[in-house]
Design a binder for this molecule. Structure first.
Ligand SMILES: NC(=O)c1ccc[n+]([C@@H]2O[C@H](COP(=O)([O-])OP(=O)(O)OC[C@H]3O[C@@H](n4cnc5c(N)ncnc54)[C@H](OP(=O)(O)O)[C@@H]3O)[C@@H](O)[C@H]2O)c1
Length: 295
């Protein structure tokens, strides 16, 4: 297949590009700058110059593809809604370009806020009031002749090169001189290795039926206390509880996220796609040491 990938230069997108090329697909990667174009070319993909801010560029690329994987996202956690709105417009544009073709559109979604306190399964629909619209936006195309699918991702997609939530927790621990966790630390984060996540996206674009809700989780739920303990051990710092209502003061924007109990399973995804995670879990990946190299 000739697959258009947005976010092709990102932490997950670059793994998806390698996974697709390794499986014999032709990849066209979105690049909005010269340096992104160089990365896409170095990865062995065809460079397509365009941007989330330029819907016409997305439309043309989708029309000239056999399917799309959408992973680009403008991450600004001080202004999350602007990034979410840009994402919604991009998905509507990509879906519109593929409508009536039965070609796949696979987008990344989140898990963290979908069903706090309960174990999330693929059968549970996302609540309508979510701050991120990706899942709702793509599934709207299910009845419009698009093989629409969402791959829900856990808050930690981990691996070498991670610049997401876990590195932020490590930075906070270094800044504060303590590796903290909220409350009793029993709230859980699911996780997956980026290479396993990439395999899930590849399988989804190849075969997920229209309307699929998929969850790429390996660890169903790691207690955040264990994450804090592992970070503390590697940094040689004390590990302490922080009162839940002080989480924002201590951790900043990541405090409320680190306080959510968000276990999730991937039973249906494994059955549907034949997907099996084969890489390390979050705590083993932390113990591998690469998260703690400075400079
Ligand atoms: N990493 C995680 O732990 C995690 C967890 C849950 C969900 N997710 C979701 O998974 C997806 C991929 O995440 P990631 O970690 O790979 O993200 P990332 O490393 O931050 O990469 C973001 C990608 O989006 C591109 N991008 C941003 N703004 C753009 C714009 N205006 N136009 C075109 N491209 C733009 C970037 O391109 P440039 O190279 O030009 O900057 C880059 O390729 C996102 O939807 C993210 O929210 C990730």
């Amino acid at each position: 297949m000739r697959i258009f990938v947005t976010g092709a230069t990102g932490f997950i997108g670059s793994a998806v590009v390698a996974e697709l090329i390794g499986a014999g697909h032709q990849v066209v990667g979105l690049a909005r700058s010269d340096s992104s174009a160089q990365s896409v070319a170095d990865a062995g993909a065809e460079v397509y110059r365009g941007s989330l801010d330029d819907p016409d560029s997305l439309r043309r690329a989708a029309e000239n593809s056999d399917g799309v994987i959408h992973l680009a996202f403008h991450h600004d956690f001080d202004d999350f809604l602007s990034g979410a709105e840009l994402d919604r417009t991009a998905i509507e544009t990509l879906g519109g370009a593929l409508a009536g073709s039965d070609r796949p559109l696979v987008v990344a979604g989140g898990i963290l806020w979908l069903s706090p306190g309960n174990t999330l399964t693929e059968e549970q629909a996302a609540p309508p009031e979510l701050p991120r619209f990706s899942e709702k936006a793509v599934l709207e195309f299910t009845d419009s002749g698009v093989r629409a699918a969402v791959v829900r991702l856990p808050p930690s997609v981990h691996g070498e090169g991670d610049h997401g939530f876990v590195p932020r927790l490590i930075e906070v621990a270094r800044e504060k001189g303590v590796s903290a966790y909220p409350g009793d630390g029993t709230n859980r984060w699911p996780a997956v290795h980026r290479l396993d996540a990439a395999a899930a996206f590849r399988r989804a674009v190849e075969s997920a039926p229209a309307g699929s809700i998929l969850q790429a989780t390996d660890d169903d739920g790691v207690p955040v206390r264990e994450i804090a303990e592992t970070i503390g051990r590697h940094l040689g710092l004390p590990v302490n509880s922080i009162a839940p209502d002080s989480a924002y003061d201590h951790f900043g924007w990541i405090g409320p996220l680190f306080s959510v109990d968000a276990p999730a399973t991937s039973t249906r995804t494994r059955e549907l796609l034949g997907w099996r995670p084969t890489h390390s879990g979050l705590l083993d990946d932390l113990d591998a040491g690469h998260y703690f190299k400075e400079g």
